[in-house]
Design a protein around this ligand. Structure first.
Ligand code: NAD
Length: 479
């Protein structure tokens, strides 16, 4: 029998954040009014409008790219690596100092639980700036040369707004490039607070430019003729459009796209740990994770036991107010994303899979989806093939390691995988056969700036993080 505990609410105060009624674009070190229109950003947990944000048009993007080019030519590329490092260290320290403010703002604008933004997103953001600050004066030892590319145009998604910004901006700046970055249209606020941090750190004007907007603004960045490098994280569909847009130009490109990771549980695995790993794999950040363990492959002999324990654990997940420190699963980021999750889940049921959702009371306002698991899933089902990008797990079974490998690799994606066995004993025989950029052994969703991250197949190309992450922003050893 499951005991459901009652918890007193423990909300984090939002008094620490100062959300302005409207925001301009951050170009050449200043906030300026755009030439275009504006859009609203909404708190997905309440549907409250948080702010009106400028929508950059082609002329605004052109201004931002010009500012980045001037800063590149006159200041940033001429500065020694050691000097650039000082700015990056300063930014990293300010991120730590303003960590609570950043975490609260991220949870309000994105819907993720405060315990995740506070304990995962923001510390890893700061760690990224510290890590790449350390490389800035050691690039000649990177193996990729030390010559920057120029102006980088960077477009990011909404699932880890500030973390994706850090993955893009920290290595670019460390290598001597300047940037024009566009955050996602549903989560612009922490990028705009980061712009304030750049001012606070006295970063030379134009080294970082933040232009807000939706797909058209992203397109304008990607197709701007004076952008030397395009770095994109987002859906495979848009990634393909970007690859087409830059084909035939000499722009360097990295694409970090979608995933449909297998989390593989063998019958000798420590099941208590594995259950936590399955839960973390798919319900962390509401499942809005490119490398989420959205396909559970469980060995047939333990499938019943794993499912029973998993449902028992899922029933204890607390879904609700992202600012409550008890919350495990927050709000879905937008009405559009919620509609996509609902649609694919309904298709799963129509295709014959069996659906089970954790019994939880969902708030009436905002966008919510209960943690859900599908059993009786076959390889042909759309819920086994397509990225749902929400708190929905599809369960398949296998008998032998070869069958597990075959099923795990039977996907157009190749971003990550998890393998659960006794003391990690099977990891060496499995890892090389899994077509995935990251393979975790007896853990899942662990991120570290020293470790490269990226995909195979339709999950994209190029690596972010670690020494490998420098390659995307340098001309190469022979340059
Ligand atoms: P999306 O592709 O819809 O949007 C991503 C960004 O691209 C947004 O800023 C958007 O405004 C912009 N954009 C949209 N159309 C564009 C165009 N034609 N040209 C240029 N920019 C354009 O993706 P999303 O829904 O925001 O994010 C979810 C997706 O991101 C998922 O598929 C997820 O797997 C993926 N993702 C991948 C990684 C990774 O590292 N591989 C990390 C996080 C998210």
């Amino acid at each position: 029998m499951t005991t459901i505990f009652e918890y007193a609410p423990a909300p984090e105060s939002r008094a620490i954040v100062d959300i302005k009624p409207s925001y301009g674009l951050f170009i050449n070190g200043e906030f300026v009014d755009g030439h275009g229109s504006s859009f609203k950003t909404v708190n997905p947990a309440t549907e409250e409008v948080l702010a009106e944000v400028a929508e950059a048009d082609d002329a605004d993007v052109d201004e931002a790219v010009r500012a980045a080019r001037r800063a590149y030519t006159r200041v940033w590329s001429r500065m020694s690596g050691a000097e650039r490092a000082k700015y990056l260290y300063r930014i990293a320290r300010i991120i730590q100092e303003r960590g609570r403010e950043l975490a609260v703002l991220e949870s309000i604008d994105n819907g993720k639980p405060i315990k995740e933004s506070r304990d995962v997103d923001i510390p890893v953001v700061a760690a990224h700036f510290f890590y790449y600050a350390g490389w800035a004066d050691k690039l000649e030892h990177s193996g990729y040369g030390s010559t920057p590319l120029g102006v980088a145009g960077q477009v990011i998604p909404w699932n880890f707004p500030l973390l994706m910004l850090a993955w893009k901006i920290a290595p670019a700046l460390a290598c001597g490039n300047t940037v024009v970055l566009k955050p996602a249209e549903t989560t612009p606020l922490t990028a705009l607070l980061f712009a304030e941090i750049c001012q606070q750190a006295d970063l030379p004007p134009g080294v970082v430019n933040i232009v807000t907007g939706a797909g058209d603004t992203g397109r304008a960045i990607v197709s701007h003729p004076d952008v030397d490098k395009v770095a994109f994280t987002g859906s495979t569909e848009v990634g393909k459009a970007i690859a087409r847009a830059v084909a035939g130009t000499d722009k360097k490109v990295t694409l970090e796209l979608g995933g449909k990771a297998a989390n593989i549980v063998f019958d000798d695995a420590p099941l208590d740990q594995a259950i936590e790993g399955i839960v973390n794999g798919i319900f962390f950040n509401q499942g809005h994770v490119c490398c989420a363990g959205s396909r559970l492959l469980v060995q047939e002999s333990v499938a019943d036991e794993v499912m029973e324990r998993l449902k028992r654990r899922m029933a204890t997940l607390r879904v609700g107010d992202p600012l409550d420190k008890n919350t495990d699963v927050g709000a879905i980021n937008s009405a559009e994303q919620l509609a996509k999750i609902r649609e694919l889940s309904d298709i799963g049921e129509a295709e014959g899979a069996e659906r089970w959702s954790a019994p939880c009371d969902l708030p009436t306002n905002g966008y919510w989806f209960a943690p859900t698991v599908f059993t009786g899933v076959s390889q042909a089902h759309r819920i086994a093939r397509e990225e749902i990008f929400g708190p929905v797990l599809s369960v398949l079974t296998f008998r032998t390691p070869s069958e597990a490998i075959e099923k795990a690799n039977n996907t157009p994606f190749g971003l990550s995988a998890g393998v659960w066995t006794d003391k990690g004993s099977r990891i060496l025989s499995m890892a090389n056969r899994l077509r995935a950029g990251v393979v975790w052994a007896n853990t899942f969703n662990k991120f570290d700036p020293t470790s490269p991250f990226g995909g195979y197949k339709e999950s994209g190309y190029g690596r972010e993080g670690g020494r490998h992450g420098l390659e995307a922003y340098l001309k190469g050893a022979d340059a």
